[in-house]
Design a protein around this ligand. Structure first.
Ligand code: UDP
Ligand code: MG
Length: 140
């Protein structure tokens, strides 16, 4: 069993897509371990996306991610990290495969509805960014 961090980004929350996005993951064998709705400050968004700090889209991305509430969750399943990445689809919704969350709901390369950890190392950093040991331990 593996765990990964998923975010429903502001465009997903504002368009009432929380239920549809979670259903998509649940219907594909992933289990919700922990879940919360939060709004990041600009500083928190910058810290979360620190690996992208040299990228040209960092400023816009962190403005966007702090522009409204998001939903953070930890999903669990076999190969959860790769499975979530597959179900999300490519970063740019226009390039994403049919039936993926970003193809179905993404608006553009920035407002692409979901985030999912891209590796075990990312998941190990991103899960504790949002969830305490207590929230993760008492989920079963
Ligand atoms: N992003 C963007 N412009 C780009 C590439 C990425 O606004 O040219 C945003 C987009 O919201 C993306 C996030 O930055 O999901 C992180 O980028 P990454 O390359 O890690 O894509 P992901 O892993 O989310 O598919
Ligand atoms: Mg990424």
């Amino acid at each position: 069993m593996e765990r990964t961090l998923v975010l429903i980004k502001p465009d997903g929350v504002s368009r009432n897509l929380i239920g549809k996005v979670i259903a998509h993951f649940e219907e594909n064998g992933l289990r919700v371990v922990a879940l919360k709705k939060v709004r990041l400050t600009k500083e928190q968004a910058k810290a979360f996306y620190i690996v992208h700090k040299e990228r040209p889209f960092y400023e816009d991305l962190t403005n966007y991610m702090s522009s409204g509430p998001i939903v953070a969750m930890v999903l669990e399943g076999e190969n959860a990290i790769a499975k979530v990445r597959e179900l999300m689809g490519a970063t740019d919704p226009a390039q994403a495969k049919e039936g993926t969350i970003r193809k179905l709901y993404g608006l553009d390369k920035e407002k692409n509805t979901v985030h999912g950890s891209d590796s075990p190392e990312s998941a190990s950093r991103e899960i504790p960014f949002f969830f305490s040991e207590f929230e993760l331990m008492n989920a079963e």
